[in-house]
Design a protein around this ligand. Sequence first.
Ligand code: NAX
Length: 329
Amino acid sequence: MATTITITGAGGQIGYALLFRIAAGDMLGPDEPVRLRLLEIPQGLKAAEGAALELQDGAFSLLEHVEVTDDPAVAFDGANIALLVGARPRGPGMERGDLLAANAGIFGPQGAAIAAHAASDIRVTVVGNPANTNALIAASAAGGVPAERFTALTRLDENRARAQLALAVDAPAASVRRVPIWGNHSATQFPDISHATLDGVPLADALAERVGDVRAWQEQTFIPRVAKRGAEIIEVRGSSSVASAANATIEHTRDWVTGTDDWTSAGVVSHGEYGVPEGLICSFPVRSIDGRWEIVEGLELDDWARARVDASVAELVEERETVLALGML
Ligand code: NAX
């Protein structure tokens, strides 16, 4: 049976980069037929309809059906996977609270529609920013659906971190692993290199040989580069990250369904792991086993790392408090 995948914001940039890769089997593999549901707001429907026409023209052998709608009840009906990409961007003069409120107005109703209409094995990946708190809002509106089924994308941050480390040691990105992102998908995120491996062995010595003082390099070069990579892309490309974000969304969802052979990063619900308050959707080092994300436990965090994790988690707590105070949680 085909997997039903709902993509919100499907008429936008990341949507456009996602659709054709999913139809080509990049997310669920070459043997899994897919049915796509594209959800847009009325202003975005034409763009999504145009993408649907191009999907037809791709004559993809795995693509069984495409439907474009602005009705969440239709979009999430029977969905096995939901990629929540559409979000309200920060407009001029918009305060953080306004942004959270505007997005709560999107992700709350979508969470409720998922609870009412999606399949019982629904897996939700939130891409639209602020991704962690949007996932929290959707999860809390989705009564009856376990919070573990709602995740926020931090895989792009991890990929950026692995790529920067690989450049530093002059190795292919694929040989660098175990670089988890902790905390929020925001400038406070903590890309952690203390467990990083290069072809399966600790990377620390190779890195020290290249950069000298590793801690200084982390603070002055690596962390700012990773955390501000989105801004760098905008400056150079003249537009935000699109194909790399779609790629990360596909990798995150594929790993969730098919499993991992090593750690990766995902925003998942905390049950108090590493002292992160329960219920927050926080990025952790994770593995995917039997179709579920499991947080990698028992890792050492020294005082320096702990302070960075705490700062990012404090931001998540603040976001949750803002949304609670608005009565939207
Ligand atoms: P676009 O503005 O190109 O597309 C967004 C689309 O969402 C638009 O077509 C809009 O009509 C639609 N939309 C808005 N509200 C909707 C609703 N209630 N239901 C359905 N559709 C709705 O943005 P794009 O470049 O595609 O980025 C999408 C989101 O991804 C943004 O919030 C962006 O900040 C976020 N990102 C998240 C990343 C991550 O790693 N988590 C990285 C990339 C990206 O910055």
